[in-house]
Ligand binder design. Structure first.
Ligand code: DCP
Ligand code: MG
Ligand code: MN
Length: 338
């Protein structure tokens, strides 16, 4: 792909890549994680080929391309199109389905359920469907949440939260993570790490949930609380916020991070998701375990690779040191896109 996302027409496989890219876009919209990974891999592999790949056998000989994708590549080359793609784009139900899974908090299961119940539009949902409080917010603010957030606005949201945090705890830090930290010119949501050098999770959680979050609601910045998740102790807070005087809601995620775990949390919360997956896989291959709390070694695994113990902590505070211990050259956040 060229920088603007289009395929280089000099590439002998450009037409195949173009069509696979459309499939990838479709699977990304339907949140089909495994297919998304398979297609990204196949596209990456095809881009490196010097010759046009025509047959299934040729496709299969390329690492990263499996049986089913090899079939599709042959079909694309022979027919100049992909049946599956036309199916994917053809039915009106698909379009409704894609819309429904775009509702915050609604997964594939919920979207299918709404379709089965006969709802055909967001207005249908709004007027006729029994919605939970959060689903209602997801539907009513659908168009808000679907809009990208320009980088300078993400900065402004971060500043507002930082001011509220440091007003009550000057030693605390607020770091903008996610796609913003990777240098994106716009983001899907606002991801903030809340941390302090010596702070424990319990201290940060208390500070935020009892103090900062209520005060951000009171000042009219936070609009809704949507979910508290992860690590069964609530280290993540999901909600919605808006800038003063603007009736445009944005999704905001707060991650509470003990100072001792900042490095591992930064890697996790900077992403992207595929980069995280490959880094975690690499750690596994080296007999280690990487998660948002740290890099661990001597992890005992039983059958089915089930973890038998947590292992021994190698590093957690220092982001760069985690790369070193994994024997991976340092990658600045802007280059963490797979
Ligand atoms: N993350 C992950 N695996 C997931 C989801 C998220 O590792 N399944 C990590 C990597 C992401 C970070 O959390 O970069 C923030 O998640 P977001 O969903 O906010 O994704 P981004 O910030 O990367 O992109 P966007 O601009 O769409 O918000
Ligand atoms: Mg994000
Ligand atoms: Mn997020």
């Amino acid at each position: 792909l060229k920088h603007d996302g289009s395929v280089d027409v000099d590439n002998p496989n450009h037409r195949t890549i173009e069509i696979l890219q459309q499939m990838l876009d479709y699977y990304t919209r339907t949140a089909d994680t495994w297919r998304t990974i398979a297609y990204r891999k196949a596209i990456g592999a095809l881009k490196k080929q010097q010759k046009k790949i025509i047959t299934k056998q040729q496709a299969l000989s390329i690492p990263g391309i499996g049986e089913r994708l090899a079939d599709k590549i042959e079909e694309i080359v022979c027919t100049n199109r992909l049946r599956r793609l036309e199916n994917a784009n053809a039915t009106p139900e698909d379009i409704v389905f894609q819309k429904f899974i775009g509702v915050y908090g609604a997964g594939v299961a919920q979207a299918s359920k709404w379709i089965a119940q006969g709802f055909q539009s967001l207005d249908d949902l709004k007027e006729k469907a029994p919605l939970t409080k959060n689903q209602r917010i997801g539907v009513e603010r659908y168009h808000d949440f679907a809009q990208r957030i320009p980088r300078h606005e993400v900065t402004m949201h971060g500043d507002i939260v930082r001011r509220a945090v440091t007003a009550v705890a000057p030693e605390m830090q607020v770091i903008i993570g996610g796609s913003y930290r990777r240098g994106a010119k716009d983001s899907g949501d606002i991801d903030l790490l809340i941390t302090g050098h010596n702070a424990t999770l319990e201290q940060i959680r208390k500070l935020m949930i009892d103090g900062v979050v209520p005060s951000l609601f009171a000042q009219g910045f936070l609009q809704a609380s949507l979910a508290t998740t992860s690590r069964n102790d609530g280290s993540k807070w999901h909600g919605a916020c808006s800038l003063p005087g603007k009736d445009l809601w944005r999704r905001i995620d707060l991650l509470f991070v003990p100072g001792a775990e900042l490095g591992a949390a930064l890697i996790y919360f900077t992403g992207n998701d595929i980069f995280n997956r490959s880094l975690r896989l690499l750690a596994r291959k080296k007999g280690m375990c990487l998660n948002q709390r740290g890099l661990f070694k001597d992890v005992l695994r039983g059958t089915d690779r089930v973890k038998l113990n947590a292992g021994c902590l190698c590093e957690s505070r220092d982001e760069k040191r985690i790369f070193q211990l994994l024997d991976v050259p340092w990658r600045p956040p802007e280059h963490r896109i797979c």
